[in-house]
Design a protein around this ligand. Structure first.
Ligand SMILES: *Cc1c(COP(=O)(O)O)cnc(C)c1O
Length: 257
């Protein structure tokens, strides 16, 4: 049995600490904390925790697996709470329709084929037959230059002359264009995960440069989703507008089995 009072107090204290860290990181670089959205990542934790968080003022929650997120979103809606769901994990194309039903913002679009699947899913009528608002999307950028762990790949030479070197399905330019050209999607910006085993500072610095270049061409691409429990201060320093924080709020997750 969960001690309701103790769990609520624990979440409230953790949230206050994270909000304090965000405010401090913003102050350190002269940013307004109002520019940074805290997305609380609730993966592996039950819908009851989402309800507690909503009650504590959390408006944005993140999930990385559709199998877990879809029933959780339904349970939270059935309980009468309203939060914005962010889909932040690697997404298979056959899950696009499910995710489009509950997600407000998909952070992890990293291939042209996935962009097309989401375009199709988001273009379908809602269950009540009405047209849906465009699905907001971020293109996930690979910061280690390889598509393997998720993320579209930046062509560092920046030239079309190197076409053929990178897979056009996962080349950042092509993924951005596929999202931007879709009526049922709205390109809102970029997302990235710091590479494992590398100092995240230089990686977030590269990301900031890519984000600036992308924003010049796509003015709606103002969102930069970067930073997790251990590195969000650095991400804020490099311009993150959305930080995705799980364990610092909910507690350490059991290791993936
Ligand atoms: C789990 C997860 C997070 C949150 O990680 P914590 O270290 O628990 O804060 C952020 N982003 C993605 C993509 C995740 O999968």
């Amino acid at each position: 049995m969960v001690d309701e009072r103790a769990r609520r107090d624990e979440l409230a204290a953790n949230l206050a600490a994270v909000r304090g860290r965000i405010a401090q990181a913003c102050r350190a670089v002269g940013r307004d904390p109002g520019e940074v959205t805290l997305v609380v990542v609730t993966k592996t934790y039950p819908s009851e925790d989402v309800l507690r968080l909503a009650d504590l003022g959390v408006t944005d929650v993140g999930e990385n697996r559709d199998q877990e997120a879809a029933p959780k979103a339904a349970a939270v809606a059935a309980a009468g709470a309203r939060v914005r769901w962010h889909f932040i994990g690697q997404l298979q194309r056959n899950k696009a329709r499910s995710v489009a039903r509950y997600a407000s913002l998909v952070h992890s679009v990293d291939s042209v084929r996935l962009a097309h699947a989401l375009r199709e899913a988001a273009g379908r009528k809602a269950d009540d037959g009405t047209a849906r608002a465009p699905l907001e999307a971020l293109v996930q950028v690979s910061l280690d230059g390889a598509a393997g762990r998720g993320g579209a790949v930046v062509d560092r030479a920046g030239g079309a002359g190197r076409a053929g070197r990178s897979d056009p399905d996962t080349a950042l330019e092509e993924v951005l264009a596929a999202v931007a050209e879709s009526d049922s999607l709205r390109l809102r910006g970029l997302m990235a995960v710091a590479p494992l085993g590398e100092d995240p500072g230089p990686a977030f610095e590269r990301l900031a440069a890519v984000a600036e270049a992308v924003r010049r061409r796509y003015p709606s691409a103002t969102v930069l989703s970067a930073g997790m429990s251990d590195d969000f201060e650095l991400a804020i320093r490099h311009g993150a507008t959305h930080v995705r924080v799980g364990s610092a709020v909910l507690g350490q997750r059991p290791p993936l089995g």
